[in-house]
Design a protein around this ligand. Structure first.
Ligand code: PAF
Length: 289
């Protein structure tokens, strides 16, 4: 792998428009460099930095996009409150020598008259697709746009949003987008809570309870090694979360690791997925079996 264009740890090149982005990438291409994209909504944390590290191993030049995508937020969701600490984000990217940051304005991504939606069927029928109507259309639309804007060799997505990862793999394959999709495991706090930009909104007492999500996933997944009655294990998981102080559980389900259909057999590769509310905040997590 060649050294980074940003070998000194100075600020990444900043692209505020698709034109800037393409100019930067065209120069890299001229130099024979391979290019990787790490799409984010900003409010960068250790989880994003892990994605950056993996990408830097795979390609010569890494670009991080920062865009809070309005199309993936439901009407009652937290679009307006979503954190946007741009300066801090850029400083973090400089500290890990990311080569460029793409930070477009919403009006540029979705100008007046924008009328295309990318919709992936099948994988979107369950879990977050069912509970957050329109969410994955918003994700699929922005990711398709980012991939076509940057035309990178590779892009990476975290396993915390495992359903999102599978949907992106599907759309890339269906639309013949020439990009390699990588994934990285979930980054966790020392108490097991999956790291997320939204964790900062948990009250101190909810933050203390929140690791129960991962602990419950782990304990029910462990039971599933010998007990194949997945539906009854799921009910036990939901009860355990409610007892731990979660006020509602959207889903707690064993699902096939590729199709996301409900898991039925012990010999199938599967994951256990959960989404639950604490203090009005929705947390998601999953574990492999
Ligand atoms: O996972 C995210 O942060 C977002 O869904 C993504 C992939 C950047 C699209 O907005």
């Amino acid at each position: 792998m060649s050294t980074s264009a940003n070998g000194t740890g100075t600020a990444p090149l900043l692209a505020r428009s698709v034109r800037d982005l393409r100019e930067i990438i065209a120069q890299w291409r001229k130099d024979g460099a391979s290019v990787g994209l790490v799409p984010t909504m900003g409010a960068l944390h250790q989880g994003h930095m892990a994605l950056v590290r993996v990408m830097q191993e795979k390609v010569d030049r890494t670009i991080v996009s920062i865009f809070v995508n309005p199309k993936q937020f439901g009407v009652d969701e937290d679009l307006d409150d979503y954190p946007r600490p741009l300066e801090d984000d850029l400083a973090q990217l400089a500290s890990v020598k990311v080569d460029a940051a793409f930070v477009p304005e919403a009006e540029m991504i979705y100008p007046a008259g924008f009328s295309t939606i990318v919709s992936v069927s099948g994988l979107t029928n369950f879990m977050c697709g069912k509970e957050r109507p329109g969410h994955f259309e918003g994700v699929a639309t922005i990711v398709t746009k980012l991939l076509l804007q940057a035309l990178p060799d590779a892009a990476i997505f975290g396993e915390k949003d495992y359903q999102q990862l599978l949907i992106i793999r599907q759309l890339v394959s269906d639309l013949d987008i020439p990009v390699e999709i990588y994934s990285a495991p979930i980054e966790r706090e020392s108490d097991g809570l999956a790291i997320s930009s939204r964790n900062r909104y948990l009250s101190a007492s909810d933050r203390r309870l929140a690791p129960a999500l991962y602990a419950t996933l782990q304990s029910i997944a462990k039971d599933a090694v010998e007990n194949f009655n997945y539906r009854s294990l799921e009910s036990r998981g939901i009860e355990a979360l409610l007892e731990a102080g979660f006020e509602d559980v959207d889903y707690f389900e064993f699902r096939d690791a590729e199709t996301l259909e409900l898991a039925l057999r012990s010999d199938q590769a599967k994951r256990l997925f959960a989404a639950a509310f604490i203090g009005g905040k929705r947390l998601i997590d999953n574990v492999a079996l």
